[in-house]
Design a protein around this ligand. Structure first.
Ligand SMILES: *[C@@H]1O[C@H](CO)[C@@H](O)[C@H](O)[C@H]1NC(C)=O
Ligand SMILES: *[C@@H]1O[C@H](CO)[C@@H](O)[C@H](O)[C@H]1NC(C)=O
Ligand SMILES: *[C@@H]1O[C@H](CO)[C@@H](O)[C@H](O)[C@H]1NC(C)=O
Ligand SMILES: *[C@@H]1O[C@H](CO)[C@@H](O)[C@H](O)[C@H]1NC(C)=O
Length: 350
């Protein structure tokens, strides 16, 4: 082969390669911005160890003429400025990944009258090179009977199909299920996210009724390779993590060691057979080994319901067992960690 065609080939490959970082670091420290937030807190957070920033939050809608539209999220000009400032400080796109989230508590779910391909195009129009990919944060709604306390068949299929298209185009895709929306402790599946836990007795009346049952397992089971990492929100209100550490009194670090070991070594098995739309999937076991990211609320720079200090201790105990470990940590949100303390503690675990 002559040199000319080789260099042409290289040129072509370079041109096709996305301008953003398409592979992630070994260990992840993920931080969310609050709703529409954009300010200098992101700078100190990155300097202290954050390597993935998730900006919050856009929606998948229809425009007036019915075409697919991605809209919302933080002030674009400001995000451009902060990403530029980070690059000047040596934290360019090769070191820090920037994702845009879709959803959030009380947000509408996507308008499923448009296809995944149409929303892929809408993502690219919205991002226009600003974001390295997308994070799924679709959740429930305060109004118990709201339609958004139900993930429709079309919505779950769209989540999977769009994720696959983005992944295939070289974008990073992640999901951030509240603990019960991807629950290693049950095989049950439901599209409803206004359920109660039968076993955790908080002794409150009425019981907390905003839990799900492995809702996020559906897109994951159908497109296991499309997702780069999974942010497990163990700070979901009335989560198993809070229950075990507060009501049952399990030491935080002990609980987290046990939870991490379950995530690492218990197969994530979900039974879709009871669902009218997805029964044909039957029992699915999903491999999440290299995708596990565990997350906290910032709680003013301390971390909850497990503190960042206890999380670090738990990580190191798991490390000593020598049978693998999680991919990293995340926290919600930058605004609630004003001094940028969490990333320093969390990244000291690795
Ligand atoms: C968006 O951000 C830019 C740059 O920080 C700022 O000048 C502008 O006022 C902001 N726009 C709004 C609507 O807040
Ligand atoms: C849960 O949400 C659905 C709407 O998606 C509603 O029909 C149902 O009544 C709600 N369940 C409860 C217990 O409120
Ligand atoms: C670790 O967790 C325990 C409760 O299990 C708590 O009392 C302690 O303050 C935590 N330690 C740190 C350093 O956060
Ligand atoms: C939480 O407590 C329950 C009840 O004792 C137990 O079955 C479960 O294994 C605990 N979870 C973890 C992750 O340790």
């Amino acid at each position: 082969m002559c040199l000319v065609s080789l260099s042409k080939l290289l040129l072509l490959l370079t041109a096709l390669k996305p301008s953003f970082q398409s592979t992630l670091p070994d260990k992840l420290v993920v931080a969310y911005q609050s709703w529409s937030e954009c300010d200098d807190k992101v700078i100190s957070a990155v300097q202290n160890g954050v390597n993935i920033v998730i900006w919050f939050a856009a929606n998948l809608e229809s425009s007036e003429d019915g075409s697919a539209l991605m809209a919302g999220g933080p002030n674009r000009t400001c995000v451009e400025e902060k990403i530029g400032d980070l690059a000047q400080l040596g934290y360019g796109r090769d070191k820090v990944t920037h994702l845009i989230s879709v959803g959030g508590w009380d947000a509408s779910h996507p308008d499923t009258s448009n296809s995944a391909q149409e929303y892929f195009d809408a993502f690219e129009a919205f991002s226009d090179g600003l974001y390295d990919g997308l994070d799924w944060d679709l959740e429930g709604n305060d109004a118990l009977t709201s339609q958004w306390n139900y993930f429709s068949k079309e919505c779950l299929l769209l989540m999977g199909d769009l994720s696959q298209l983005l992944h295939d185009a070289g974008y990073i895709v992640s999901m951030a299920p509240p603990e019960s929306y991807l629950d290693i402790q049950t095989t049950e599946f439901s599209k409803y996210v206004n359920l109660t836990y039968p076993s955790d007795d908080w002794n409150i009346d009425p019981p907390f009724s905003y839990h799900g049952h492995n809702t996020y397992a559906l897109p994951l089971a159908m497109h296991p390779d499309a997702f780069d990492f999974i942010n497990f929100q163990i700070y979901e209100t009335k989560s198993h993590a809070s229950y075990n550490t507060t009501i049952l009194g399990t030491e935080q670090a002990d609980y987290l060691v046990s939870y991490i070991n379950m995530l690492l070594h218990t197969p994530l098995t979900v039974d879709f057979s009871t669902d009218e739309d997805f029964s044909s999937l039957g029992l699915q076991t999903i491999d999440i080994q290299d995708k596990i990211v565990v997350g906290f609320i910032a709680a003013g720079g301390i971390g909850g319901p497990i503190t960042a200090a206890n999380a670090t201790k738990a990580y190191q105990q798991v490390e000593e067992m020598g049978e693998g470990n999680i991919r990293g940590w995340f926290y919600w949100c930058l605004a609630d960690d004003g001094d940028g303390l969490l990333p320093g503690v969390l990244s000291s675990a690795f």
